[in-house]
Design a protein around this ligand. Structure first.
Ligand code: UD1
Length: 420
């Protein structure tokens, strides 16, 4: 298990290239199951979760080829020879549940392990299953697996989601592309990654309208065909490095970052005293004055993303005044708090809210990563802290951030990976 050693207190200056979005790339790989032909993806992030998805697709018999040998372009294609998504892969990565809809639509059956809980909450998949039943699937839970069948194929329906779940929207959207007739997904999630998926599916011959709105309308087609698609830039990676500029009082140009995708994050950075400007190529983030406390509530897009909550918590821990952070999406997403407090932060959690009383500075300490975004909040704290921070369990970070130590070191950070 690798560790990071960070020596903090240096403002970050320079340029960081934002990679392809993890939360888009994973779904786009799954979209490859919807056609016999080749789907070519470019701007692929080189992260562990993409390797896990590759292992899952291979399990279904579908080949994933590294076109240029550098991991940045993948070609997905081939016949589906197996419809089981096993426990050892699904439990490692919850996004594996997304193969359920496409497998059902293509093969009329699927057997997918129930993902179970994870560090940030129980995360049920009831909305995925109920929606697929609406499209005519028969679903049975047995032995920890979801058995889904649709012997006569799927049929379009009007599905109203009680909560705008990202995963349920994507699963239903992909299944509906090959269903008979029209499907309407009402209260669909509006995250930019869903628009990216819609764009790719339409390029593959799907007929979907309403991307970015709360209602997706899908007219089913007989078959989808091959296509090429460039994965959108990772808005969470971009927001995370924006916090790195903010917390260290630095000045970073985030090449490839798109201000429109960041939604409420830009406004919140500005309220906290961080300057954000943008041009056609990227975003510049810098801070010259003091950080100010702000209140945040996580919400579905375009609200403040839960995936940026932990990073802002680090930032606000050294801001002037108090901040309140309320987490409404996941029930257990404050695991970074005790670790930040060990570095000198003053944060109290009450139910789904945390009160942060800003301190003048943090001090380095040995800390432990618990999940992907929490890991980066500890890196941010380490970059701002006096002294040395040792972050263990870096594998959480490697799931979703590419070349962290390289990107940060190039901008003046003292960060080193130690292999154990
Ligand atoms: C996706 C993202 C994740 C992000 C989250 C919210 C990927 C791979 N992951 O996760 O990074 O934090 O969106 O923006 O894209 N829920 C149910 N029943 C369901 C489905 C969801 O109760 O059937 C609940 C979940 O437990 C959770 C909330 O709804 O509390 C949000 O989940 P959802 O939007 O589905 O998130 P994911 O797709 O899992």
């Amino acid at each position: 298990m690798d560790r990071f050693i960070i020596r903090g207190g240096r403002p970050l200056r320079g340029e960081i290239a934002i990679g392809g979005a993890k939360n888009s790339g994973l779904k786009l790989m799954v979209a490859g199951l919807l056609t016999e032909e080749r789907l070519v993806l470019t701007n692929v992030p080189r992260i562990a979760d993409m390797d896990t998805m590759r292992a899952l697709l291979l399990q279904h018999g579908v080949a994933v080829e590294d076109v240029k040998g550098d991991g940045g372009t993948l070609s997905i294609g081939g016949s589906i020879t197996g419809t089981e998504a096993p426990y050892d892969i699904v439990s490692r990565m919850r996004a594996s549940i997304l193969v359920l809809g496409p497998l059902l639509a293509r093969c009329g059956e699927a057997r997918v392990s129930l993902p179970g809980g994870c560090a940030i909450g129980t995360r049920p998949v009831d909305l995925h299953l109920k929606g697929l039943e609406g499209l005519g699937a028969q679903i049975r839970l047995e032995g920890g697996y979801i058995h889904a069948t649709a012997p006569k194929g799927l049929t379009g329906d009007r599905i109203v989601l009680p909560f705008a779940s990202v995963g349920a929207t994507e699963n239903l959207l992909m299944a509906a592309t090959l269903a008979k007739g029209r499907t309407e997904i009402v209260n669909a999630a509006r995250e930019p990654e869903i628009s990216d998926l819609v764009e790719c599916l339409n390029r593959m011959g799907a007929r979907i309208s309403g991307a970015g709105t709360g209602t997706l309308v899908i007219d089913g087609v007989e078959a989808l065909h091959g296509a090429e698609h460039r994965i959108m830039p990772d808005r969470i990676e971009c927001g995370t490095y924006a916090c790195a500029a903010g917390i260290t009082g630095g000045d970073l140009y985030l090449r490839g970052g798109r201000v429109d995708d960041l939604g409420a994050v830009v406004r919140t950075l500005e309220e906290a005293g961080v300057e954000v400007t943008s041009d056609a190529e990227g975003i510049r983030v810098r801070r010259t004055g003091a950080l100010r406390g702000v209140d945040i509530m996580t919400e579905p897009y375009p609200g403040f993303p839960t995936d940026m909550q932990a990073q802002f918590m680090a930032l606000l821990s050294v801001a002037e005044g108090a901040s309140m952070v309320t987490e409404t999406i996941f029930e257990n997403r404050f695991m970074h708090v005790p670790e930040l407090n060990r570095m000198g932060a003053r944060i109290n959690v009450h139910g789904s809210s945390a009160i942060i009383r800003g301190v003048h500075g943090l001090s380095g300490a040995p800390v432990m990563a618990t999940d992907l975004r929490a890991s980066f909040s500890l890196i941010l704290a380490g970059l701002a802290a006096h002294g040395e921070t040792i972050l263990s369990r870096v594998y959480h970070l490697d799931r979703g951030y590419e070349a962290v130590e390289k990107k940060l070191s190039a901008c003046g950070a003292l960060i080193e990976r130690v292999r154990e």
